[in-house]
Design a protein around this ligand. Structure first.
Ligand code: 5AD
Ligand code: SF4
Length: 467
């Protein structure tokens, strides 16, 4: 997309800042590097940041060392991510102290948490600008101010800003793209910081989403993943009534789009209408990521999840009746405050009952400002670790069995990239959740090919094209 194609009319100042930055950078043969932490929403935001930086005349570089502008897009969902971000920002500031001339910007979820933003300011005087999650469109202005003043700039507001349309994007690789359909979350699960840093739920207008997907299809994209913290509640607050199921049915009719995925779904909002839409839409993939978080009713209640184990299992049964081939994946937290041995066993038995294709398993990590912060932590760190590893082992065994079921069967694989390990191999995804590798070259990228699965290894299937 060209800058001239973008409607920045609501953000005039940013446009003039962009013009000035362009003349500034064009003289310098300058480059940028973005380090992204966290979820797909952040990956998508980084594509927009990259689009704007390229409009300023900056070229993408492979590492911070080769770049003149470095952005760190942060995540604070768990302590682990937070610690990694500090380490990263620290290493860029060190390069600067050692004489590298560079502009360092930090943005994303951590900046919406006051204590983290304070810590960042205290530890890293080398950072040139800070931006909040809803300030992406102001990047040109912030950068210009930082460059012209030589002083640190900050644009951090409350987490709920307007939905800004029409930002440029760059960085999408291959035939698959992410499309945001909503921002923020209203659920306030008691452990989760997302509503505090991403704000209340705001849905994008369906017209804007459909236009964006149609334009991606024109550029050769065949698979899209619709993104939101809780896509199942899409449409709340829009002037014209529309449900997520309704949106799916419209996306299904866009010429050129052959696969539709979405994430994340909240079990409490997984309606019969949505299950029917998934089963009925020609292009919706046979995969649902349905975070359960815990298999214990007591823990689910303390987490404020709004459903019971029984309700969740009922959803799984109904889904499998409607889509027998569906792959299910999930997120689980172990060691939540108050989680007893019996609660943990309930989670384990749920895992065995559902038999997910894969699961993201996390150790509970207290987040400031959440309701769970006030709950006494009852599970010692070593028990959390033990529970985590035992659950991982359980799931690995189930994943291996699920993978083995594919051997000898044919799968439609969308080839996405050449394998990093072996240039004679390409990698793609079956219609469900599994990654499939096969012999082939880059000419296959973007094609959906019939593949016979010959082997299942850990999280990947191996196959060969059926002639
Ligand atoms: N501790 C551990 N895991 C968490 N998640 C969200 N918040 C926390 C937390 N405080 C996990 C949930 C969510 C996933 C994106 O991250 O499982 O689904
Ligand atoms: Fe966090 Fe719950 Fe919202 Fe997901 S649904 S982003 S876990 S508050």
């Amino acid at each position: 997309m060209k800058f001239s194609d973008i409607n920045f009319s609501r953000f005039e100042p940013a446009v003039s800042a962009l013009e000035r930055l362009r003349s500034y950078f064009s003289e310098k043969d300058a480059g940028y590097y973005i380090k992204t932490f966290g979820c797909q929403m952040n990956v998508r935001d980084s594509e927009n940041l990259a689009g704007m930086l390229e409009n300023m005349g900056l070229v993408r570089r492979k590492s911070a060392r080769e770049a003149d502008v470095v952005l760190v897009n942060t995540c604070c969902v768990r302590e682990h991510a937070e610690v990694k971000v500090y380490g990263n920002v620290g290493s860029y500031c060190k390069m600067k102290r050692e004489g590298k001339n560079m502009l360092i910007g930090v943005c994303g979820c951590m900046m919406q948490q006051k204590h983290m933003a304070d810590e960042m300011r205290r530890r890293f005087p080398g950072v040139d600008f800070y931006m909040g999650t809803n300030m992406l469109h102001e990047l040109p202005e912030i950068m210009l101010e930082a460059l012209e003043s030589g002083r640190r700039q900050e644009r951090i507001k409350g987490p709920t800003g307007p939905v800004v349309e029409g930002l440029p994007a760059s960085g999408r690789r291959g035939p698959s793209a992410f499309v945001n359909i909503m921002y923020g979350c209203d659920n306030f699960c008691s452990y989760c910081v997302v509503p505090l840093v991403r704000g209340r739920e705001r849905s994008r207008a369906p017209g804007a989403i459909l236009d964006e997907i149609a334009s991606l299809a024109d550029q050769g994209c065949v698979e899209i993943t619709l993104l939101g913290q809780n896509v199942n509640s899409y449409g709340k607050g829009l002037p014209d009534k529309i449900s997520f199921a309704g949106l799916l049915r419209q996306v299904d009719r866009i010429p050129g789009i052959r696969r539709i995925r979405f994430m994340t779904s909240h079990p409490k909002d997984l309606s019969e209408e949505l299950m029917d839409a998934m089963a009925g839409c020609e292009h919706v993939c046979a995969h649902l990521h349905l975070p359960v978080q815990s298999g214990s009713n007591a823990v689910l209640a303390a987490m404020n999840r709004g459903y019971t184990r029984e309700h969740y299992l009922e959803l799984v049964t109904r889904l499998r009746q409607k889509m027998p081939q569906i792959d299910l994946t999930t997120d689980i937290i172990v060691g939540f405050p108050g989680e007893s041995d019996t609660d943990y066993e309930d989670t384990k038995s749920l895992l065995q009952q559902v038999r997910y294709d894969s699961a993201f398993l996390f150790r509970y990590s207290v987040r400031r400002g959440t309701a769970a912060e006030k709950m006494a932590e009852t599970v010692p760190e070593e028990s959390k670790t033990q529970r985590l590893y035992a659950l991982i082992a359980e799931q690995e065994a189930i994943t291996a069995q699920r993978g083995a079921c594919h051997v000898g069967k044919n799968e439609e694989v969308l080839v996405e990239s050449v394998s990093a390990r072996d240039p004679g191999e390409v990698s793609g995804r079956a219609n469900g959740s599994w990654t499939v590798n096969l012999r082939g070259d880059k000419g296959l990228i973007g094609r959906i090919v019939p593949v016979r699965i010959i082997e299942a290894k850990a999280h990947t299937l191996y196959g060969e094209i059926v002639q």
